[in-house]
Design a protein around this ligand. Structure first.
Ligand SMILES: Nc1ncnc2c1ncn2[C@@H]1O[C@H](COP(=O)(O)OP(=O)(O)OP(=O)(O)O)[C@@H](O)[C@H]1O
Ligand SMILES: [Mg+2]
Length: 599
């Protein structure tokens, strides 16, 4: 508190006030007392002079007898009255004196008190006495006979005693002024402290509030205005805390919403500096959200178009929508950018905001769809063209022999079978894609399904000189799934194995449980798949060797169907292969969908 300027100013003001008042009162009092005392003295001197004059008048004396008669009279009076009486003739010569030998006293006609009697009834003077050396007050009174001055009565009163009294009074007064100043100072300290202390603590709390610290409170116990102020300050602090908290919570909520959005959001101020950039925008623009705030937009993103579009919006104050294509190392990115101006409550342009939609996945899906349509059309067109050519020849050429016709019809049959199998596979795929939750699931032992399908392939294998066998789990593997679909997947794998394994080979259908998954494996000793083809063979219509596959009656949809079946059951597919030595195709199904029951 002693550091408070307010405290010192208030104390100093109070001190100066007390000092000034004490001095004024002291001086006034001193002057009044001094004046009063001298006035009193003058009155008593007058009284004595009148008495002396009366005494003079009552005795029938002449100017000559004055000296001798009165010398004795004044001598007698002096010790009684304590005054110094002098009788002076009209010419200024002393005729009688209460204390001195008149012969030694000079002429008094030009003394100020004597001179004053010419104009006033009484002449007064105060000075150091010539003989007594004390400060003395003199009064002179002219004695006249029928208007003619006979002489003067002069009474001198030593002021020694009065001056002593006045000095005593002065000292007493100075002392009491000193004491009252000390008391006033103490009081000033206490009173000022009483008012300044809460102000100092309130100032410190207000400082804390301005720095965002709302924990400190002021003691608000007083009932006066200072108490009200303290109470109000506490209230302000509390409401500021609540408001700051609410704003913080809102901001966090907004930030969470923005960062959770899949669309990129960038907001810039009207000097083109980034105000906000969410995570998605950071990913799309190759920027770090935390480091981007307050930086110019052109510094944050390497995409010139983004800063240009935002700049245009700021300049024109109108919305803009553009499609951007960003070439990245992996693939092209397609972004739809929608930018709009930002206005404040008064409609003043304060910045711009842009929303970025990543359309790359949609683009990719669109490409896949187009490719699929092109592939499907092509695959369907090939047998149709062949059938058409053969039919036209049969119609137009009447010279064809019966055996040629027979051969042609056989080819037409083959092509229509191929058409039919393509259509059947496409239907199977589209059914798998569109079925969603509408699954026909039943619980069954997977071993039974694998065994039954494998059994179908045994005679086909025998035809090609290939051994088809199974290695199944000793325990039953009960699963809940679409039984026909699972059968179809196993059948497709065995079909491939048989197709791409030369005479004398061996095919094994295996069933096991590994790491919480059921694994269906079909292993062959066939031609194998080159590493670069292993991912692609699961795509629709992809075949490693188109001519050979077509020769074997393949459409390139078999593995795509297997992959889809695994997917709709929450599983996946994999292939392991050594080109020229054989392949192992696996379907993994999650065990959560199965129950492993011991026999
Ligand atoms: N076991 C295998 N060994 C070697 N290559 C295989 C094997 N299985 C599939 N492939 C390769 O993968 C390609 C795609 O197989 P997929 O089953 O999808 O089509 P496909 O067998 O040609 O026709 P289909 O639709 O009639 O099954 C095949 O063309 C073949 O090149
Ligand atoms: Mg196949």
């Amino acid at each position: 508190m002693l550091k408070s300027r307010f405290f010192w100013k208030l104390s100093a003001g109070y001190f100066v006030l007390v000092l000034a008042v004490s001095l004024i009162i002291g001086l006034t009092l001193h002057t009044a007392v001094e004046r009063g005392s001298y006035e009193e003295l003058r009155r008593s001197l007058k009284a004595q002079a009148i008495l002396v004059k009366q005494a003079l008048k009552s005795s029938d004396i002449t100017a000559e007898s004055l000296g001798t008669v009165f010398q004795k009279y004044v001598r007698d009076l002096d010790p009684k009255l304590g005054v110094h009486i002098t009788l002076i003739r009209a010419d200024g010569v002393v005729v009688a004196d209460s204390g001195h030998d008149v012969a030694t006293m000079g002429n008094y006609s030009d003394y100020p008190e004597i001179l004053a009697t010419h104009t006033h009834e009484y002449g007064f003077a105060t000075r150091q006495g010539k003989i007594s050396k004390n400060r003395t007050m003199y009064l002179a009174l002219a004695v006249r006979d029928k208007g003619h001055p006979l002489g003067y009565i002069r009474i001198g009163l030593p002021l020694e005693l009065v001056d002593l009294q006045l000095t005593r009074f002065q000292t007493g007064m100075i002392r009491s002024i000193g004491v009252s100043i000390i008391l006033a100072l103490l009081l000033a300290f206490v009173v000022t402290r009483h008012f300044v202390k809460p102000l100092v603590s309130m100032t410190s709390v207000a400082d804390s509030i301005s720095q965002g610290n709302y924990e400190r409170k002021v003691l608000a116990t007083r009932k006066d205005e200072i108490g009200h102020l303290a109470h109000a300050l506490n209230k302000v602090s509390e409401s500021s805390r609540e408001r700051t908290h609410a704003i913080g919570a809102d901001r966090k909520k907004l930030a969470a919403i923005l960062s959770g959005m899949t669309e990129g959001v960038i907001a810039i101020s009207n000097d083109e500096r980034v105000v906000h950039l969410n995570d998605a925008a950071g990913r799309l623009l190759g920027a770090t959200p935390g480091e981007s705030v307050d930086k110019p937009i052109w510094q944050v993103t390497r995409l010139r178009e983004v800063s240009e579009i935002l700049g245009d919006v700021l300049r024109d104050g109108a919305e803009l929508q553009r499609n951007l294509q960003i070439a990245t190392a992996a693939s092209d990115q397609f972004i739809e950018m929608h930018a709009s101006p930002l206005h404040d409550g008064e409609g003043v342009l304060v910045g711009a905001v842009a929303v970025l939609h990543d359309l790359s996945e949609l683009h990719r899906l669109d490409m896949v769809r187009r490719e699929f349509v092109a592939n499907a059309s092509h695959e369907l067109k090939t047998p149709i063209t062949a059938i058409r050519g053969l039919v036209e020849t049969l119609i137009d050429d009447s010279t064809l022999t019966a055996s040629t016709r027979e051969r042609f019809l056989g080819k037409i049959k083959d092509q229509s079978m191929r058409l039919s199998s393509i259509v059947v596979d496409l239907l199977a795929l589209s059914r798998l894609e569109s079925r969603g939750s509408n699954k026909e699931e039943t619980s069954f032992d997977l071993r039974d399904v694998v065994q039954a399908i494998a059994n179908n392939f045994v005679p086909l294998g025998e035809e090609k000189g290939i051994v088809v066998n199974t290695e199944l789990n000793s325990q039953s593997i009960e699963i809940t799934a679409d039984k026909n679909a699972i059968g179809q997947a196993v059948s497709n794998l065995l079909d491939n194995a048989l197709k791409y394994t030369p005479r004398g080979g061996r095919i094994t259908a295996r069933l096991s449980v590994q790491d919480g998954e059921v694994v269906v494996e079909v292993e062959d000793t066939g031609i194998g798949v080159e590493p670069q083809d292993r991912d692609r063979i699961f795509e629709r219509f992809y075949r490693v060797d188109k001519a050979r596959s077509r020769e074997l009656g393949g459409t390139g949809l078999g593995l795509a169907i297997v992959k889809h079946i695994a997917f709709v059951h929450g599983g996946r597919v994999a292939v392991d292969s050594t080109p020229g030595a054989g392949s192992t195709f696996s379907i993994f199904l999650p065990l959560a969908r199965t129950s492993n029951r011991s026999n």
